[in-house]
Design a protein around this ligand. Sequence first.
Ligand code: TLP
Length: 345
Amino acid sequence: MPIIDLRSDTVTKPTVGMREAMFSADVGDDVYGEDPTVNTLEAMAANLLGKEAGLFVPTGVMGNQLSIRLHTRPGDEVIIEASAHILRYEGGSASSLSGVQLCPVSGLRGLLSPETVEAAIRRPDLHTPSTTLLCLEQTHNVGGGSVYPLKTIHQLTDLARKYGLALHLDGARLFNASAKTGVSVAEYAAAFDTVSFCLSKGLGAPVGSVVVSDTGRIEKLRRLRKVFGGGMRQVGILASAGIYALENHVLRLTDDHANALVLAQQLQAISGVVIDVDAVETNMVMFQVPQSTKSTEQLLEECRESDVLLNAVGDRSFRAVTHLDVNLEDMKAAGEIFANVFACA
Ligand code: TLP
């Protein structure tokens, strides 16, 4: 049986069609702005998200960190949800690369409320750092692929504007949110100064993210990308995979969401598994097996021995992510293996 890899949607391999697009991509030196395929991808992304311009970057982390650098000065404070990717999984780069302090605010399944954000915004005071930026994450990874309702986004962004804060959206999985709700990515992006989204997750490209914004900010970000060591050359080879992903892999995201739900329903039927099926909104399934006599590592290893890969997100707490390279059959096979590994007597 081939391995069913549910560790992340980052594990997908480029399809034949995508590889063909990469093979025949027209390229040039992108540091000179001469790569036609990169220019096409950047314009396409900006257009889709309703912004003036885009910037192709190698990773989601770089998209976030360039944006943080753009919006802040050393010593500033950035309000962020306490389990956000920027805070947990970016190696402390906001402090090391931009010299800012992150102010964690807890959200419900990763989603912030206007009340708690307003309480965290610093008022002018000699002693305190200045709050200059609010970052949101859509969908929220650790929140279990949860989707910010557009109304909440508007409440939060209106509040941030009232206090003069800049706004960045880590939209690594923004297209999943849109596929779930039918709200366009442009509607989600509208209130933010900068939005970063990933091509290398559910969209199935091997590399790449795009930051979109207005023309002036993108020019500043382009310089910062060079400063951070992210100026790339004949990178149309990679941008072509991104174009292919946007043209071919957006509509199918609903399949990933349907598969996640099937997996969650199977997990719910296993004794000892704790899961909130209603919380499975997009392509992530979070579950716990608190009473298991086996350790987290042992549970992961037993799944691995049966050719199913998962990630742990805490003690006996797991994340399974659906994507382009797994199908409904795989969900059924994984469900059976989970029943063998996780069932508690
Ligand atoms: N997330 C990865 C890991 O880093 C945890 C994953 O497997 O989910 N923002 C969000 C919300 C993300 O989930 C990720 C990657 C990133 C940014 C960073 O993207 P890359 O890996 O391209 O730098």
